[in-house]
Design a protein around this ligand. Structure first.
Ligand code: ADP
Length: 706
């Protein structure tokens, strides 16, 4: 071999020592992070201080790459060789440290995920154990939310609630609230819709099939549907968004008209009763923070309907009242306002819900009870009471077939003649609508069913039909509840027959006046309102100013006390239209002339005895007619209202149109030459049993003399 000794370049010893120290440090870190070095090798390296030797030693021990080793060997400058080496080492060390860090991070991440997974699994098992199905419930809720395709905000909100529910003990009170909430949101119709039917012929057919008469109402409903069908795609058009309000006494078919409209349009129908609603939360819902919170009636109605476009009937909006718990009327206004109701926010639901496709209808017994801002939005259709003929038509064509079916009786199994219908109407019902009539028919059907079943059992024959006779009628319904035609025909002192209009239609309201020795006091009892008290004063003043003509002592008032009483004490009464009735009764009491009771009267009186017009002539006339009274005294100015009164009734009635009280006195007060029943002249003012209309069971009665 031919060899040549390699002579290393001389170097600075100090520099070598410093570099050596650096390399020693690196070796130690290297050993910690990368490869554990054999302790002996480590010792050896750390003992070596000579720069050249150290470089060679480290190279042989740590550098595995042959190319690198050769490169270092070829470098004859020990300092530069050590430098090369230390650069290499520190790169290696840093890489290793970085790698270790990443590894650590990855490991801890995996640990955390595993931990969560593990805990979740455990929780599921615990839920399962506690409630039997806890874990599945959450999953199934999540799935349902996905399937429902809720609007984005609703989706997000409900998902958040589900996560909350998952973390809660399954049986806690709070979990019940959250679960209730989620279920309510899921039960709402977010997209479900029924296909509207705007075919007017169809609608007409449905309305005719369901209701007898009511021509003007049906016509108005058809017009309403026509406009709605034209404007349904134009949000700005106000014609289609008008809200119908059916106004009339109970039992005239307001609710069932609503049902018919829904049927005609192929929409779901829900009824929301507003009677007695005082709390705004009833309309708008309770905040969920309350235990036992529930959504408002509007949202509940939609939930029940199951579609976004039902017909919602807001029943009895005149019975809304407001107090410290907020104003339900203004909440309702928001519901009805097409500008606002596409984003109706119920406190419970807390997510905007679109009400713009809902068809709202409203009903009311009286116009006067409807809060004014609401009335402003409503399109009023008035349904007055029915005449006797109309009632018979309704009973025959609708109520009887309906009740027969409800009682499982075949169609012709109860035969009722025209005469018997009249008998039922006059003897057992006295109302503006047909609700009580329907109840009586139901009773008849029940009794007839019993008889039919008995007889077919006994005789083993096919089911038979029953003809209603006078005898059967009394057996089935008991004795007549109302007499007819005779009660008002006597004449009494100090009692006059007035006509009032109330929320249940027109009514007969007698006024009694008693006189007794005293000092001129005037007492009014029987729940009379302020207006009525004033008109009693007016009546008294009139009587005094006319004392002479009326044949009464001019100072009559100084020696007697007067007591005006309106029987049916529990019924609040108010309004000016009892004026002439009170004056008549008063004059009769003071002058001791009896009043002709075949006449009923209505009219406001002024101090000077002028008679002013009144409202509700139609209802009042129907009431008189119903009660067998055939003569009505009414203000002359009201003659124009005659057209509203059904022709059949007009034919039966005689109207005495009056302009002043003198005419009333002449028409009603009987002269001294008339023979009177003895008790009518008895000294204490007459009291009598007047056949009053039964206060309607469904209503707080409040008679008004309009
Ligand atoms: P309201 O809501 O005005 O108090 P309902 O709608 O409850 O009255 O009516 C009471 C009953 O009388 C219902 O069974 C209804 O079908 C029936 N009815 C009322 N008016 C008519 C009519 N014109 N034709 C047929 N049935 C009627």
């Amino acid at each position: 071999v031919e060899a040549e000794a390699a002579i290393e370049e001389p170097y600075n010893e100090n520099e070598g020592a410093i570099l050596g120290g650096v390399v020693h440090d690196l070796i130690q870190r290297y050993s910690e992070t990368r490869n554990k070095l054999n302790p002996e090798v480590m010792e050896m390296i750390l003992q070596t201080t000579d720069a050249s030797h150290l470089a060679d030693l480290v190279t042989t021990q740590l550098i595995t790459d042959a190319g690198r080793r050769q490169e270092y060997l070829e470098n004859f400058n020990p300092i530069s060789r050590l430098e090369q080496l230390s650069v290499q080492l520190s790169t290696d060390v840093e890489m290793s440290e970085l790698e270790a860090k990443i590894k650590e991070r990855v490991r801890s991440q995996i640990d955390k995920n595993q931990r969560e997974y593990y805990l979740r699994e455990q929780l599921k098992v615990i839920h399962d154990e506690l409630s039997g199905e806890g874990g599945n419930e959450i999953e199934s809720l999540r799935q349902q939310v996905e399937d429902k395709q809720l609007p984005e905000d609703a989706h997000e909100k409900v998902m958040r609630e589900i996560t909350r529910l998952e973390r809660m003990p399954a049986v806690s009170a709070e979990a019940t609230i959250v679960r209730n909430y989620i279920e309510t949101v899921l039960a709402m119709p977010w997209h479900e819709e029924s296909d509207d039917n705007y075919d007017l012929d169809h609608a007409e057919a449905v309305l005719d099939a369901d209701h007898f008469g009511l021509e003007h109402v049906k016509e108005r409903v058809i017009e309403f549907l026509a406009v709605r069908s034209l404007t349904r795609n134009i949000p700005e058009a106000s014609g289609g968004s008008a809200i119908l309000c059916l106004v009339g006494p109970p039992g005239v078919g307001k609710t069932s008209l609503g049902q018919s409209i829904a049927r005609a349009m192929n929409r779901e129908f829900v009824r929301v009763s507003l009677g007695g609603v005082r709390d705004e939360a009833e309309i708008r819902g309770h905040r969920r923070t309350y235990i036992g919170a529930y959504p408002g009636r509007i949202i509940s109605a939609l939930k029940n309907a199951g579609t976004t476009n039902p017909v919602v009937l807001l029943d009895e909006i005149d019975k809304l009242s407001s107090d410290y718990r907020g104003d339900p009327a203004s909440a309702l206004l928001e519901v009805l306002d097409p500008e606002q109701n596409s984003f109706f926010v119920d406190h419970f639901l807390d997510i905007p819900f679109d009400l713009s496709n809902v068809l709202f209808l409203t009903t009311s017994n009286q116009l006067s009870g409807i809060p004014l801002p609401l009335l402003d939005r409503l399109e009023v259709i008035e349904i007055g009471g029915y005449t006797e003929d109309e009632k018979i038509g309704i009973a025959r064509n609708h109520l009887l077939p309906k009740q027969l079916e409800a009682h499982g009786l075949p169609e012709e199994s109860l035969l009722i003649s025209e005469r018997m219908w009249t008998e039922i109407l006059r003897g057992y019902t006295r109302e503006a609508g047909v609700r009580n009539l329907e109840r009586q028919i139901a009773t008849l059907c029940r009794k007839a069913a019993r008889e039919i079943v008995r007889e077919t059992e006994d005789e083993d024959e096919e089911s038979k039909s029953i003809r209603l006779t006078q005898k059967r009628l009394e057996e089935y319904l008991g004795p007549r509840r109302y007499g007819y035609d005779q009660q008002f025909h006597e004449a009494l002192i100090g009692v006059a027959i007035g006509l009032g209009k109330t929320s249940i239609g027109g009514e007969i309201i007698p006024v009694e006046v008693a006189t007794m020795p005293g000092s001129g006091k005037l007492t009014i009892t029987g729940q009379a309102g302020d207006v009525m008290r004033e008109s009693a004063q007016a009546a008294l003043s009139y009587a005094r100013s006319r004392a002479e003509q009326l044949g009464i002592a001019p100072d009559f008032q100084e020696k007697i006390d007067l007591h005006i009483h309106l029987p049916e004490g529990a019924t609040p009464k108010d309004g000016p239209s009892a004026g002439i009735t009170m004056a008549t009764a008063l004059i009769s009491a003071v002058s001791r002339r009896p009043v002709d009771h075949s006449i009923a009267m209505t009219g406001e009186i002024t101090l000077r005895g002028r008679v002013l017009p009144i409202g509700g002539l139609k209802e009042k006339t129907l009431a008189a007619h119903r009660n067998g009274i055939r003569t009505v005294i009414a203000p002359a100015e009201n003659e124009r209202d005659m057209i509203k009164i059904p022709e059949k009734v007009q034919k039966d009635m005689t109207f005495i149109w009056v302009e002043n009280m003198d005419q009333v006195v002449n028409a009603t007060l009987l002269g001294d030459d008339i023979e009177l029943p003895a008790d009518a002249l008895a000294d204490d003012a007459a009291t009598m049993d007047l056949p009053l209309e039964e206060p309607h069971p469904d209503l707080p009665a409040d008679a008004g003399f309009e």
